[in-house]
Design a protein around this ligand. Structure first.
Ligand code: PEP
Ligand code: MG
Length: 540
């Protein structure tokens, strides 16, 4: 067995035989010609044939996928009609007295290089599109085609796949896509996601060299892993994971669109926890009512420099726009403790979980905090954003943090930059201190969200990172449940709502108790939403 890793484009597991996608390699020779106008005419005939092919793909995309996907082929048609592209090919033929194939290939190279060198990642992706359309013109000129016919359900392996190649395949026979290169933002990746087909891109240059036709392969779109010739243990483990996934998907089909209500009609909001915009598809697939915890610090992790205001703004805006007006609770930076970032230059600490982290960093390094708040506030003009401060222990911290929000609001107003003037501000209740003074804190905020992970850690004095203490880490401890009930009561006495966004929120055995406590919202990982909805529907 060999295991390769790539970037997952769409979750799901599939096991099956592989088909290698072999395309015609156009060996384009330069041939001098006397009659350049005949070559120009050949180019235009081939270009029109390519146009017709793309038109059929447009229609196929419309009926088999969706309008957004069909637009890809609209763009391809426009590229083929682009006067610059046409002129470049014609000029090459005329000035160099060369054959049409050579001129088309040269134009494809120079346009693709130009796109690839652009800063904007969207434009970089267009390099693949220009190669795709030029490949079609070359096919028409040389009378070849790239069609691979799938006669049985198969995993399609390729060096890379153009959108048109992806769409030309018989959808009913595609189990998964695996490719050597490609990015998760490419049109092909978007297509795979929209078609709901597990796919892994960027598996490395050696992928095809390791494969032969009909070999058994497992594609694990959850972990981005490809198992070639899997051993029995892996086959068994992956089959179990696949069955679990299918169970989840059929549950989804049954429960999508249903309210989160008990039999007696008590409703509760079921929101999702995310760390980055890439998690959105899972949020939407699982029918979340909103996002109850966007762990914004993930935008700061795995990099060497601070994310700029613009980068953060784009991330928050993407999430807000995709949620189409539903609530999105953006938790401000919760860096420190287990989430260490080198470029913050945080001091080494004896007890990092009790140390310099989260709101403590934000209040003492306001330049970092303000950049984030500007990005969140600017994005708030594009949906329903709520701001939430982590690790609060005192009223003073809330007042200080809110004062900084007010400063940023004033700056934006002076600069005439739009934002939601009534943006709601809440706090996490994740320290015993916050739970105990929740009656006071409630007077300064619009909502509470209970972080049961840290609340358990700090209440029971158990390091949540220390696996040897797992046995003692009892989130059902009566002290935790009492603090949760007390916090909910104080929230309601002060007319604000109270949710839970720690792992405990997904615990089905506690759902009824939380509803009885009056908890208004549970924010859980996207995959936990539907099982929780099922549980809530069964409660009297
Ligand atoms: C929590 O502490 O429960 C929480 C939701 O925050 P995090 O797990 O990110 O610390
Ligand atoms: Mg926490």
């Amino acid at each position: 067995m060999l295991t390769l890793e790539g970037k997952s484009v769409f979750n799901g597991i599939t096991i099956g035989p592989v088909v290698l996608y072999k395309r015609t390699i156009h060996k384009v020779a330069d041939q001098l010609v006397d009659d350049t106008e005949t070559e120009v005419a050949r180019f235009h005939t081939a270009r029109l044939a390519a146009q017709n092919e793309i038109k059929s793909l447009y229609e196929k995309a419309l009926t088999e996928v969706d309008e957004k996907t069909a637009e890809i082929f609209d763009v391809h048609q426009m590229m083929l009609d682009d006067p610059d592209y046409i002129e470049t090919v014609e000029n090459t033929i005329r000035t160099q007295k060369i054959n049409a194939e050579y001129a088309v290939n040269a134009a494809a190279d120079s346009f693709a290089e130009m796109f690839a060198a652009m800063e904007d990642t969207y434009m970089q992706e267009r390099a693949a599109d220009i190669r795709d359309i030029s490949g079609k013109v070359l096919n028409a000129l040389t009378g070849s085609n790239n069609m691979v016919t799938l006669t049985a359900p198969s995993i399609v392996a390729a060096d890379d796949l153009a959108p048109s190649e992806t769409l030309s395949l018989d959808k009913n026979n595609i189990l998964a896509f695996i490719t050597e290169s490609g990015s998760t933002n490419s049109h092909t990746a978007i297509l795979a996601r929209t078609m709901g087909i597990p796919a892994i891109v960027g598996a490395g240059d050696t992928l095809l060299a390791h494969l032969h036709e009909k070999q058994t392969v497992i594609v694990d779109g959850f972990d981005g892993k490809i198992y070639i010739d899997p051993d029995v243990a892996t086959l068994e483990a992956m089959t179990a994971k696949m069955n679990q996934d299918q169970k989840q998907k059929s549950l989804l089909a049954k429960l999508k669109g249903k309210p989160n209500a008990t039999k007696s009609g008590r409703k509760i909001k079921l929101y999702a926890n995310i760390g980055q915009p890439a998690d959105l598809s899972a949020v939407l697939d699982n029918d979340a009512g909103g996002i109850g915890l966007f762990r914004s610090e993930f935008l700061y992790l795995g990099r060497d420099t601070f994310p700029s205001e613009e980068e953060q703004f784009t991330a928050y805006k993407t999430v807000l726009e995709n949620m189409g007006g539903k609530e999105v609770v953006i938790r401000t930076l919760d860096i420190g403790a287990d989430k260490k970032v080198g470029y913050f230059n945080l001091p080494a600490e004896e007890n990092p979980a009790l140390g310099y982290r989260a709101i403590r960093i934000c209040l003492t390094r306001p330049e970092i905090f303000k950049t984030q708040l500007r990005a969140i506030l600017r994005a708030s003009a594009f949906g329903t954003a709520l701001v939430m401060f982590p690790m609060i222990t005192s009223v003073q911290e809330v007042r200080d943090a809110k004062m900084i929000v007010e400063e940023v609001k004033a700056e934006l107003t002076t600069q005439k930059i739009d934002f939601d003037k009534n943006i709601k501000i809440g706090i996490m209740i994740e320290t015993p201190a916050a739970a105990i003074i929740s009656d006071d804190l409630a007077k300064f905020v619009d909502f509470f969200s209970i972080g049961s992970n840290d609340l358990t850690q700090y209440t029971l004095a158990i390091d949540r990172q220390n696996t040897s203490l797992d046995h003692f880490f009892d989130a059902h401890h009566p002290a935790i449940l009492k603090l949760i009930a007390y916090t909910a009561e104080n929230a309601h006495n002060n007319g604000i709502w109270c949710g839970i966004c720690g792992e405990l929120g997904a615990d089905k055995t506690l759902a009824e108790e939380f509803i009885n406590m009056g908890i208004d919202e549970l924010s859980v990982s996207p995959a936990s939403i539907l099982p929780l909805r099922e549980k809530i529907l069964s409660i009297d």
